[in-house]
Design a binder for this molecule. Sequence first.
Ligand code: DHB
Length: 318
Amino acid sequence: MAKEMLSNEISRVKFNPIIMNASGAKCTYEDELKKLAASDTGAVVLKSTTVEPRKGNPKPKYWDNEFGSINSNGLENLGYKKTAEMADMLAKEFRKPVIPSIAGLHYEDYLTMAEELGKTKAAALEINLSCPNIPGKPQVAYDSLQSKKVLEKVRELTNKPLFIKLPPYLELIHQDEILEILLEADVQALILINSVANTLSIDAEKEQATILPKKGLGGLGGKFIKPVALGQVWSFHNKMKEKGKEIPIIGVGGIYSGTDAFEFLLAGASAVQVGTAYYQEEGKIFRRLKEELMDLLEAKNYKNVKEVIGKLKTIEER
Ligand code: DHB
């Protein structure tokens, strides 16, 4: 098995393998992060942080089954100062990229956190514009002018590669609108997609919502959302190709197998992340996914993941 088969670079950040965790699941506390970093994950992405530490929303705030999950964590985290410390510790102890994630509750928060986390040994910063679970705080990414303002100012405050975490845009003109801003901003990757916001699961026997916050509404992940995520990756990939300016995409949403990861590569992703399936299977999932993807590439005579990116064929009209 070739050592570099699953490797790729995004803005000088080397991922080997290109399979890593998604921010959110089991990446908030030091013990979780050390376990994650010691696994075969290609990078360590930290839970989105806020300026102040937060306990997050009241429990129960997570539900899952074999098809996926609904979460309304509410940004439970240790605050950006502790996050910066943990990022430096991880970068020192483990030889893989460390990516803190920031989620401001206010415009200024993004600036404060980007500046400080920009001084750490982090390989890149995730700018999360799409947290759906804070009552009264709409997702920044659905406000293109606000997104533009955040991205422009953050870029002035740090030289780190910026990876932008986005929600799904189900209408194509909304994709065009945000893409115009992303292509003008100096950003190095798009992470597509965050959980699908404001979904509901019901315990029919109890006649009750399965989670407590926001009257039961939370962000959907896992197998439920793979076609949504693939659609976003494929659409953004094609739109950028047409414009001749391609920001690399990191695909996320319903990856449970090597074949799932392969599908995201075909649709245009340069790397992939695993959220719900990592929550369910824990760190050992990364070795399994690596092996499955490697076997699949070998069986199909690909030498490297790079050969697969965006190679999806569409069915020709007759
Ligand atoms: C939370 C959920 C998200 O999908 C996200 O992007 C950030 C935070 C949360 O509820 O903590």
